[in-house]
Design a protein around this ligand. Structure first.
Ligand code: HEC
Ligand code: HEC
Length: 386
């Protein structure tokens, strides 16, 4: 880094371009930026237990969930399981949308279920506020598993090992329990399994920790992670939304993605139904209807402003992103290079999306080296399986 005083001298000698470049460029990272970097690494591989799910953390539930996740017998067509669309290393599919019962296609790109227990909201539009209530949605979605409580019940009853473990966990018979409770309980079992789908510690974590030490020692600029982190934090503004150890703010933004589908309204379109949903964290099937998750839901009600939520989708975690192409809720960005180009252009042209693009998304003027460094940074986020 050229010392600042030199830049001022260069300006005085009216070496125009050089002087200006130096002036706008404080050494990276500043103390604030260093704090932001400190938030990024070391995601826990043991997320807190979900108090709204009484079987979370129980081994019996986790094992039963493992079996149910893979069982196409829970679908009406008998051929689609959770695993059909959340498969392989990336726990998703390699196409923009996925195929459910009868060859129907999902509207959106399936997100990974890796590290999913760390999420605060589920689905691209956040229409579920717990992992267990989320699991009921694909079961009952006509284009996914097209199922219902009768089909799920018949499958549990037909398989003695399912029936027995269900009884151990909930103290009732799957044959006699009311339909909504049965579905909520099956969701809780699936969620108990999903909490162990962790892929956390990644080369990125090592890089960030080493970079912080280098910055503290005054040698940040010679660190190999310098350009990637600097662009992520400064010129790219990625860290405004992709922050914290999961690299997400767990909020919803309209980044201006081309989308004319029926779900283009994003969070705004689903907010009221989530708040009124009997399966939400404050509802009658929650095991902790007055806990912190339920309070968070109530906060959402008071904070909701249409202009910020229309066309807004959840900031996804960037961990393991190299395993989960294609990208965005539309699945329209094929590679990580395409995602960087999208941000570099300041999003898709106005008029191709609903609502108003958030003001953080602007043209970036990244150099080829900066683009490459961002792609490398994203690729370094692939974690080791637990
Ligand atoms: C036919 C494909 C398909 C099937 C089958 C399927 N999913 Fe998904 N899954 C998706 C899609 C598509 C989304 C995103 C939907 C949206 O956001 O509107 C998704 C979202 C999710 C999410 C939310 C992830 C996040 O980051 O918000 C979880 C968790 C999940 N699915 C788990 C499951 C479970 C459990 C099952 C089985 C009960 C299942 N899925 C069955 C396609 C599928
Ligand atoms: C204003 C907040 C915001 C900023 C700034 C931002 N992102 Fe995002 N990012 C999001 C949201 C929201 C999505 C999901 C958008 C959607 O699908 O509708 C997303 C999606 C992504 C994805 C796709 C992930 C997936 O699983 O499909 C990648 C990769 C990504 N962002 C990287 C970046 C990088 C690199 C930068 C900086 C150049 C950046 N983001 C800046 C909010 C932001």
């Amino acid at each position: 880094m050229i010392p600042r005083s030199w830049c001022v001298a260069a300006l005085a000698l009216s070496l125009g371009g050089m002087g200006l470049a130096c002036e706008s460029e404080e050494p990276f990272p500043t103390l604030d930026e260093l704090d932001q970097l400190r938030s990024l690494h070391s995601l826990s591989s043991h997320p807190r237990l979900d108090s709204t799910n009484r079987v979370d953390g129980q081994e019996v539930a986790q094992k039963l969930g493992f079996d149910l996740f893979r069982d196409p017998g829970l679908s009406r067509c008998g051929t689609v399981s959770c695993e059909s669309c959340h498969t392989g290393d990336g726990r998703t599919v390699e196409t923009a949308t996925a195929e459910g019962c009868g060859g129907q296609r999902t509207e959106r790109n399936p997100p990974t279920v890796l590290n999913v227990r760390h999420n605060r909201w589920f689905m691209w539009d956040g229409r579920a506020d717990s992992l267990w209530s989320q699991a009921m949605l694909p079961l009952m979605n006509p284009v996914e598993m097209d199922s219902n409580a009768d089909i799920v019940r018949a499958r549990l009853v037909a398989e003695p090992s399912y029936q027995e473990r269900y009884r151990t966990l909930f103290g009732t018979e799957p044959a006699s329990v009311a339909a909504p409770l049965l579905m909520a309980n099956v969701g809780k079992v699936l969620a108990a399994y999903e909490r162990v789908l962790m892929r956390v510690e990644a080369p990125f974590d090592t890089d960030v920790r080493r970079f912080i030490a280098a910055a503290e020692a005054g040698s940040a600029e010679s660190d190999p992670a310098y350009l990637g982190l600097k662009t992520f934090v400064r010129k790219g503004q990625c860290i405004v939304c992709h922050k914290g150890p999961s690299l997400t703010d767990e909020l919803f933004h309209n980044v201006g993605l081309e989308d004319s589908g029926p779900g283009a309204g994003g969070q705004w379109a689903v907010l009221n139904s989530l708040l009124d949903w009997e399966f939400n964290a404050a509802g009658r099937y929650s095991d902790d209807p007055n806990g912190t998750d339920a309070q968070r839901l109530r906060t959402l009600r008071t904070q909701a402003k249409q202009v910020e939520l229309e066309g807004a989708f959840r900031t996804p975690s960037l961990r393991n992103v190299a395993l989960t192409a294609p990208y965005m809720h539309t699945g329209k960005e094929t590679t990580l290079e395409d995602v960087i180009d999208f941000y570099n252009e300041g999003g898709d042209p106005e008029g191709t999306f609903v609502g108003q693009r958030t003001s953080t998304i602007v043209k970036l003027d990244l150099t080829d080296n900066e683009k490459r460094a961002l792609v490398e940074l994203l690729k370094s986020l692939t974690g080791t399986p637990r």
